[in-house]
Ligand binder design. Structure first.
Ligand SMILES: Nc1ncnc2c1ncn2[C@@H]1O[C@H](COP(=O)(O)OP(=O)(O)OP(=O)(O)O)[C@@H](O)[C@H]1O
Ligand SMILES: [Mg+2]
Length: 287
């Protein structure tokens, strides 16, 4: 082993050292490849366990401690060694409990958070993604459509051409002129989806956006997702609704505690996840 082969990663825990195979699939079929991805958040100023809530050192105490110690930093390991490859034309559902790492995984794939280690390869620029982060509540729907669509890579001319289409798709009517904080959560979600889907991106990522939509909007969203898949795109859909995931996805990833525990057929993975959730509920009720 040469020095160059040795990769020292101080962040890795022993439990994270399960050897994840490198996937080898002909690259022309792949739209995205995630290899042994680790993502952490650093939480500054977090109290050490055991300090108890609201402990105050007082002015003298704080002065005495000044310079002696850095403020405590806690590391939250949100994604701990996830590996998978996505192909063109797939609609991939991502399920898992609250805090399991679904949104973090999408954000890391979108390039919004740098990984601690591991790699994300995308065949083309992952358009969309983080529209959730981009939209601004104080601005009107119109301004958000302009900014959001430009952020997705559309030209000003394309945004103008597709503007009405986006408004119609979102079914927000006159509300387009009002600040987004005046929208119902359904309206906001519909607008987010309409903007996200306007770019016909190679990779479309939707995080919970459909959860608040009604049946009619879900049907329209599914049609749009199918269109993107047919034009050889890949769709990711994070949702707590197993019915939505089952009806819209061709493949499902189950994330638990930052790890990929199952990857496969929607009915199978959703079934296994439901069994797990039900068992957990039962155990909680019993004890
Ligand atoms: N900005 C942040 N700073 C610190 N920790 C964070 C941050 N965002 C998420 N986390 C932590 O990372 C872990 C994964 O969170 P994430 O939001 O990815 O979960 P999720 O599966 O999307 O959950 P949900 O179903 O509730 O949306 C959790 O432990 C969460 O507390
Ligand atoms: Mg989330």
């Amino acid at each position: 082993m040469t020095d160059a082969d040795k990769e020292i990663d101080f962040e890795v825990d022993e439990e994270d050292l399960d050897t994840t195979p490198v996937i080898e699939v002909p690259s022309e079929h792949l739209s995205l490849m995630v290899n042994d991805l680790h993502v952490s958040y650093r939480v500054f100023g977090a109290k050490k366990v055991g300090h108890g809530p609201g402990r105050d050192w007082g002015v003298l105490g704080r002065l005495a401690r000044r310079g002696a110690k850095q403020p405590p930093v806690r590391e939250v390991k949100a994604i701990r060694g996830v590996t998978f490859a996505a192909r063109h034309g797939e609609a991939i559902g991502i399920i898992g409990e609250n805090g399991s790492g679904k949104s973090t995984l999408l954000r890391a794939i979108a390039g919004l958070i740098p990984p601690v280690s591991g790699t994300v390869h995308v065949a083309s620029n992952p358009a969309l993604l983080g529209v959730n982060a981009v939209l601004m509540k104080d601005l009107s729907g119109e301004r958000n459509i302009m900014i959001g669509a430009l952020a997705l890579g559309l030209t000003t001319k394309q945004v103008k051409e597709r503007f009405q289409e986006i408004v119609d798709f979102a079914e927000i009517g006159e509300f387009v002129n009002l600040p987004m904080k005046a929208y119902s959560s359904g309206m906001g979600a519909r607008l987010r989806f309409a903007i996200s889907a306007s770019a016909v991106p190679d990779i479309l990522m939707i995080d919970e956006a459909l959860a608040t939509g009604d049946a009619h909007f879900r049907a329209k969203s599914k049609a749009r997702m199918d269109e993107i898949r047919k034009s050889a795109g890949t769709v990711f859909l994070v949702s707590h609704s197993l019915a939505t995931v089952k009806s819209m996805c061709t493949r499902v990833l189950w994330i638990h505690d930052g790890k990929l525990v199952m990857d496969g057929d929607p009915a199978e993975v959703c079934g296994a996840y439901k069994t797990f959730v039900d068992a957990k509920k039962k155990a909680k009720a019993a004890g």
